[in-house]
Design a protein around this ligand. Sequence first.
Ligand SMILES: NC(=O)c1ccc[n+]([C@@H]2O[C@H](COP(=O)([O-])OP(=O)(O)OC[C@H]3O[C@@H](n4cnc5c(N)ncnc54)[C@H](OP(=O)(O)O)[C@@H]3O)[C@@H](O)[C@H]2O)c1
Length: 276
Amino acid sequence: MRTYVITGGTDGIGRGLGLHFLARGDRVVAVASGQGKGDAFLAEAERLGAADRARFLRADLSTLDGMRSVAAEVESTVDRLDGLVFGTQRFRPRREETPDGFEYTFALSYLSRFVLGHELAGVLDRAESPVVFNVAGSGGMPGRIDWDDPHLREGYTGMRAAMQASRCLDLLGVDFPRRHPGTRIRYVLYNPLFVRTAMADPLPQPQRTITKTLAFFLAQRVERAIVPMAALIDAPPDAPVSAFRKGKPLALTGDDFDPEAADRLHRLTTGLLAAR
Ligand SMILES: NC(=O)c1ccc[n+]([C@@H]2O[C@H](COP(=O)([O-])OP(=O)(O)OC[C@H]3O[C@@H](n4cnc5c(N)ncnc54)[C@H](OP(=O)(O)O)[C@@H]3O)[C@@H](O)[C@H]2O)c1
């Protein structure tokens, strides 16, 4: 029986993967901030006959307290972790700061994956073939990291924040093996493209209705979108880091995967964390 921790595991892609693993007999810890979706996830697990293998861990992963409490809880309750799947997101049309003083999307989409990935590397390395599966925006819409203003105090838009987080996540993946020499963990970055999820819920009108209508006609259903993802989690490539766009491998070249920029981002991030 394998064990998976899935952030954003109560909705959309994370939920789809969690229920897939539960249905085949694995153990799943779903992490999210809302009790209602957590209860619904557990009810679905019970319906699948997997109540004793499903757990909901409630935490706000936009906060350092939330990130660290999840890392500590997993480390103290899980012997070895086969897969750590990252799937949290919440689009923020207006700029918000977390209690730690971080821009919300930077904290939730990027920092939570930085903290949890590095802190859980030890428990992952105890598994036979461990994988970090980062559902992100690799090879997708362009975006850049604002090195002088990562919290986007100037010129914030929700899309700019989301795209900056995507660039940070690609660099996080590139950098990961360098921070864990000799690790057996394979790090997979995966862009699912357009999937019909709760993604549009926080959008203001009329964008919400437009996006949901487009999703109805153009986006993949979760059940279908997760098929190549589950296959990659079961059998990731041999390379320490790999990236995919809807099942197709991406070359780890160009600015998005630049090792020097990855090193710079690591230093920026550890500096930001040390200051809190
Ligand atoms: N859907 C797409 O078309 C698409 C395209 C490209 C990339 N992606 C990526 O795929 C991943 C999954 O996206 P999705 O569309 O499946 O998302 P989704 O349906 O919106 O689900 C998001 C999940 O994150 C949780 N979450 C939100 N805020 C949180 C917080 N502060 N703390 C902890 N958990 C929180 C939500 O639960 P609570 O609200 O209860 O906390 C929910 O379980 C994301 O990384 C996204 O960037 C998606």
